[in-house]
Design a protein around this ligand. Structure first.
Ligand code: FDA
Length: 436
């Protein structure tokens, strides 16, 4: 007979949001036996962004434990023992394959039935495969995707050991493509990036910001091919990838390929049971879904963006952390008949690669104003961009900022000060933010 387990709270998904939700349940005094986390991954929740930063960095080369949640925000690291000591059941290597929200039942891949009173969905995203956009890659080896720790172990194994100093092609010019290219280059690979957009990180960067990073990458020996897409691959007699074919008819030699063309939220087994919007599970300002006993957190949630109006789904770690905390606070407050303020999220994105490090806060809409030293050859480049809409600063990007300066730009994005003219911003540069 199938095993049945019953909990007051169940979190499906042991990633960033799942880990931070457990942290907040602990802060709120969850009792032993009340909470379970069910995770497809074989390890406790960790800070996923560090996979392409610290985890495969040949200089730091840390163990996974150094990036367990909540290391990014400085709290006590949640080792497997942390969960055990608190009576929180962490079911790793356990995939939920069926959910029946009407009977409050989940079923895992080994047939275990999990019953809950309140469910938190934190299943995150998964990568989009080339085959989903019509490109055949089946049966060709050394083509990699990245999401989970095993994916990064496979990539690290290939780049450091069996394809040493090889030719790598990175397909995609977004966050992951940029960070992974730096790691490959740091491992002495000959790296070419290919993407269809006209510049790097097209959804966030202005052409001026991108031009700095493209110049910097060129100086590092990374080749960037823009405005074209991969259409297929050739392989050698071992079945290893040997060439990437591009839609302009040219080919690139390749010993390994990393594909980073975007992600999609993992919501399939809740289909038809919850309202959806913009590809995610629709929530209110407490991360509560259309079912009052079900909450959605992190990448899967489409929530009201209080600052800007409308609904947004945000595939970034900061939102995963904060939405998780908000949901747990809302659940506990509701139990006590209290209310808490609605989620008021300020978008925050960041990245680190080579010796560079940038942060962005707010909204990248309206007119943009560049300031500072954005010469890719500068020994210590430091520059940024303000976005101005309706006479107010609504977004700020800063490369090379100190923690205090990054705090200052976050404050600007939150407070949205008025600005006399774009010229003022351009002349004052970073001091416009730091003097506030
Ligand atoms: P997350 O993906 O972290 O966790 C989802 C969990 O649910 C996983 O453990 C998964 O296995 C599990 N799961 C899924 N289906 C399941 C099922 N059916 N049963 C059980 N478990 C299931 N963001 C950023 O702001 N800055 C950055 O620099 C980066 N860098 C970065 C690098 C890399 C390599 C990746 C892959 C992603 C980033 N991100 C990022 C994005 C960021 O990591 C992402 O937004 C958060 O991890 C989202 O947290 P979630 O908890 O929603 O999903």
């Amino acid at each position: 007979m199938a095993q049945e387990k019953s909990y007051k709270y169940v979190i499906v998904g042991g990633g960033v949001a799942g880990g931070y939700a457990a942290m907040e349940f602990n802060n709120q005094g969850v009792k032993p036996g009340e909470l379970a986390i069910i995770s497809k991954e074989s390890v406790p929740p960790f800070e996923r962004p560090e996979l392409t930063k610290a985890y495969i960095n040949p200089e730091t080369n840390p163990t996974l434990a150094t990036i367990y949640v909540p290391s990014a925000t400085g709290g006590e690291k949640q080792y497997a023992k942390w969960y055990k000591d608190r009576g929180i059941d962490l079911h790793v290597s356990t995939e939920i394959v069926k959910a029946d929200l009407a009977s409050k039942t989940l079923v895992s891949d080994d047939g275990t039935i999990f019953k809950y009173q309140t469910l938190l969905i934190a299943t995150g995203s998964t990568f989009i495969k080339l085959s989903e956009i019509g490109i055949q890659e089946a049966d060709i080896k050394n083509i990699y995707y990245l999401r989970e720790v095993e994916d990064l172990d496979d990539i690290a194994g290939a780049m450091e050991f069996y394809i040493q100093n090889g030719k790598s092609v990175v397909i995609g010019g977004g966050f992951l493509g940029i960070e992974l290219s730096a790691s490959l280059r740091a491992n002495n690979h000959e790296v070419t990036m290919v993407f269809p957009e006209p510049w790097l990180l097209h959804q966030l960067f202005t052409p001026e910001i991108a031009s700095f990073y493209e110049g910097y990458y060129a100086n590092k020996g990374i080749k960037i091919i823009k405005g074209t897409v991969a259409t297929g691959f050739s392989s050698n007699s071992n079945g290893d990838v040997s060439e990437v074919k591009l839609d302009d008819g040219t080919t690139l030699e390749a010993d390994m390929v990393v594909v980073a063309i975007g992600g999609k939220p993992v919501t399939s087994f809740f289909k038809g049971q919850l309202e959806e919007e913009k590809g995610g599970i629709k929530t209110d300002g407490f991360l509560k879904t259309s079912n009052p006993d079900v909450y959605a957190l992190g990448d899967v949630a489409t929530f009201p963006m209080k600052m800007y109006g409308g609904m947004r789904r945000v595939e970034h770690a900061d939102n995963a952390r904060k939405s998780a905390v908000q949901a747990v606070k809302a659940i506990k407050a509701a139990e006590e008949g209290k209310s808490i303020p609605e989620y008021d999220y300020l978008p925050y994105f960041y990245s680190r690669f080579f010796k560079l490090s940038w942060e962005f806060y707010g909204d990248n809409v309206g007119e943009s104003v560049l300031f500072g030293d954005n010469d890719p050859k500068s020994p210590k480049p430091k520059f940024g961009t303000y976005w101005v809409k309706d006479g107010k600063v609504v977004g700020v990007f800063l490369e090379g900022g100190t923690p205090e300066e990054n705090k200052a730009i976050a404050k600007i994005a939150r407070e949205q000060p008025s600005v006399e003219s774009l010229d003022v911003l351009s002349k004052e540069g970073l001091s416009f933010a730091t003097k506030l």
